[in-house]
Structures are given as structure tokens and as C-alpha cells.
Design a protein around this ligand. Sequence first.
Ligand SMILES: *Cc1c(COP(=O)(O)O)cnc(C)c1O
Length: 352
Amino acid sequence: MWAMHLDQFPRVKLCHRPTPLERMERLSEHLGGPQLFVKRDDCTGLAVGGNKTRKLEFLMAEAIEQGANTVVTIGGVQSNHCRQTTAAAAKLGLKCELVLPHLSRYCSESYETGGNLFLDRLLGAEVHIAADVEAAAIVSRDVMSQIRKRGDVPFFIPAGGSTATGALGYVDAAWELARQAAEQQLRVDHLVITTGSCTTHAGLIVGFESIAQSEAFDCDPSVIGISVYHPREKALATVRQKVRETAQLVGLEADLDDQVLVRDDYLGSGYGEPTDAMIEAVTLAARYEGLLLDPVYTGKTFSGLVDLVRQGFFDSSENVLFWHTGGTPALFVYRDAFEPSPAPDEPAERFA
Ligand SMILES: *Cc1c(COP(=O)(O)O)cnc(C)c1O
């Protein structure tokens, strides 16, 4: 029998845990399908929260263990990961440098200054803007060598905190959900999650398999990833690769390829580019649940969930959990995408 060995990995405390598990009562009724629930990782507590905080508990501990005093990471100009990394560094007394390539074709007046980028600077990051991903790789190598030259010790965190160490945050989160669901006597049949750099998804797959093998809880939902970055085949291959790396790190033996489910139908024309369905989904969550989603990740994912409910993909007796991974600050730089502003008495569906 496989036991949970997460205790062997160094970890710092950054995250409000457990995050709430809530019922979406009005939206379930409105959509008329299965019972919908939300796991509130937008409430992880560090500088507006989000899923990267769980990863950073393990990644920052690794940085400190290696004697680093400066973290360097990469992300899009409106990266939630970079904002949470900067906040974690501030809290732990480390310096932080960010390399921010342009990843999305979306632009607005505040995209280059507001939202997450404003918070990065407020939280004390040194920011290096790069033209694209190739340029960012060159800039980050240069930043690393400059840091060494001045006598500091850098620790590099890949984009999205997407290493097996980062994924440990979501192996642990699967256990957290299983415990909560048991307490609430809730059977989770399906779980819908955003697939971006793929380690949140991968960590959950490994987490639920470790729960199944240990027989600690009866919690084995199908995990449906909605890709907001890669096309389907690339996302599938990346999640599977991250699952293998994470399983190896925790010492779990299983072939989990078939458990990886990814849809890319809700990506639209590209990463960070608004879709009508996203606008509708964000508006629905706001009006029926008072819940703020984001335009880049959770809004598109939620549009997938809404569409699957409408298609009759889920049985009405099933329980479906939406894992909210955060991203709230980006909402403010996408205001233009929501123009003209929805009138308060217009149904959200009208905007689709
Ligand atoms: C980074 C991010 C994701 C995707 O998580 P990955 O582990 O990169 O797949 C989802 N939602 C939000 C809000 C994010 O910032």
C-alpha cells in the first residue's frame, strides 16, 4: 500500500488551507443540470490568491534549501504566477526578478501597466519585459548571470511553477478535497480544471491515484482539463509527461495516461484572447453566485463547464466540481472586452 509521503519534502507556509468548498446553488438551478460545486483556490490568501500559491509552498522551500536569496521566474505580462511568486518572495525576505514575454495578442490600455503587472511592481519585483518566448529565454539567462556576478544566489522557477516539485501542491490539494468531501458527505463525480502549463492538472491526477491506492478516502472523480494555452494533443502530451515526473517524485507506480482528459474547444483564437462564451461564463458566475472569474483561465474553463452542462454531458444526479484557480487581477485589464457593459436586468446569455 502506498502512503502519502509529502512530509519528506521541504515546505513553507504561504497558503490559507483548506480553501472553501462551496455549493453553487443558484447556478445549478439556473442551468438545470447536475449539482455544481466550487473549490475556492482564488482564496489561497497570498496577494489576491490563486493556484500558484500551493505550488510555491514547495518551490520556495526548495529555493531556500539551496541557499538562494533571489528568485527568477518567467510568465506573460499579466502572469498570475509571477505576481504570486513576487508576493511569496516578499513574505520570505527574498528578492524577485521577473522576465515577462508577450504571450497574448490581446491588448488594452491597461494591459501593459495595470492588473498583475501593477501588483508585481508594488510587491517589489524587478521587471524585465521581453518581446517573445525566445527572447525571454535569452533575457532570463542574462538575468541569472547578472545576479551571480553581483554575489547573490539565484533560484530559477520555470513558467507557471511547472515542475514536479510545484505539482506537489496539487497532489496535496487532492487530499485536501477528499477530506473535505468526506466531511461534507459529498461524492464528487467530475472535476473541471484549467489546463495551462499542466502541473495543476497533473498534480491532481497523481493525488487522486495516491488516494485510490491508499484507500484512505472514496474520492476518485474524472478530472476534465480545459486547455487555455496548448492545442489538445500538445496539452495531453504535456499533462502525461508532468504526471510521470510527479508520480516518480512521490514514488507512485501507475500508468495514468488514460486518466488524462483534455478539451481544447473553449480556447478560441488563442491564449488570453477573449471568447464570447468566456464573457457569458464570467457574467453568469458574477450574477448567479457573486463569484469573480478571470478572462484568461477560469472564465474559459467555466464556459466549457456551462457548455458541457447544456449538452447534457453530465447526468442530473451527478455532482460536478469547478476548481477555481484564481486570476482575479487580470479581470481589470480586460474591461474593454466586456464593453458595452452588461445592463443589470439583461440575461447573461445575451452576451454570448
Ligand atoms: C496558472 C493558472 C492556471 C493554470 O495552471 P497550470 O498549473 O499552469 O496548468 C489556471 N488558472 C489561473 C488563474 C492561473 O493563473
